[in-house]
Design a binder for this molecule. Sequence first.
Ligand code: HAM
Length: 403
Amino acid sequence: MINPLRGMKDLTFEEAARFNHIIKTASTIAQRYGYGYIETPILEETALFKRSVGDSSDIVTKEMYQFEDKGGNDVCMRPEGTAGVVRAFISAKLDRQPVKQKFYYYGPMFRYERPQKGRLREFHQFGCESFGEGSVYEDFTVITMISQIFEALGIGYDLKINSLGCPECMPPYRNNLVGFLTDIKSDLCEDCNRRIDTNPIRVLDCKNEKCQSMLATSPKLINNLCDACNTDFKKLTAMLDNAGIAYEVDTNLVRGLDYYNKTAFEFVSSEIGAQSAIAGGGRYDRLVEYLDGKPTPAVGFAIGIERIMELVKMPELQREGYYMGAMVPEAIEKVIALANTKRKRDKVTVEYTSKGFKSHMKGVDKSNARYALLIGEDELKNGTVWLKDMESKEEKTVLVDDL
Ligand code: HAM
């Protein structure tokens, strides 16, 4: 028997319904905020992710599904959605148009991580990317939109925010941090030691308890922001306060992808174990330019669908459509013809085997149909059907032509 690969899952029945409910809810809300659907390829040139997510990030160094295709191209299954959407934005020359563009997407992402609860190798994200709006109002709006999505899905969360500064305040801070880290080098883990040279900011995010205790007194970027970044961050927190959206400023929140600047955020849940991040995002004002487009400010986020599937409260299933069946074999084809006509507007479940009344009524309950429609000998003869509304319990005989 062939099983799915480690860290990959099939989705059926109840789980599939949950998945679709999340996508539908999030898409509806994104559309209200002016986002249009975008679909980009799952396979892209490896260089795209190296340049955007970052050469020294864990995703690029350890987790990519990267291979040479039959034409000798170095390709990669997307580990995240932002890079592809930015590439598509530039490919379509939208960076040359003065209009602001907003896109939402959902689909599979691939990261060769060690699978555990809440961490898959193939997982799904719902994401949004807003291009052309440099104002912190857009950061606030994006965070508000995510909180609305979670509210609509009945999910509780904690929000963590930070500012990662800009090309003016980040480099001097980075130098300062490297100085601090070099002094405590011998107390930091192997990964952190490597990162001091390759990506010192990521040290702040280390999960090792000893490293975290050593970092308690590290310089914080939030206290060293330039005036512009500081003003924006203050505006963002004031607006969140006014909107009643609770948050915690987490000075060690740096995100695992290198393209961010200014606002960075993560939504976490305390109800799903160690892999608690349910959404993450932030501003990435330099990425479009970095991928050879015209400088375009941007902000976005992605929600991890599998992680929130565990938390979503599903709306109660409503009875819907028809269950149709025959009580004599000669009526079956009549039932099928009727079902196919009704299907132009309604959901119909058809039983192909002629059965007794009780047996059909069991089928009606299983299919969760609103109406039971049966044809027996008399109905066949008279050109009628027996119809029951399973909600009002009303039963009647109706002419086929009046259906
Ligand atoms: P990310 O934080 O890497 O951000 O991923 C977003 C979400 O995807 C996480 O919060 C988590 O819920 C889910 N996720 C990540 N890895 C896994 C995994 N191995 N298994 C299950 N779920 C996972 C991004 O990917 C950015 N592209 C977000 C973004 C969009 N930033 C700006 N625009």
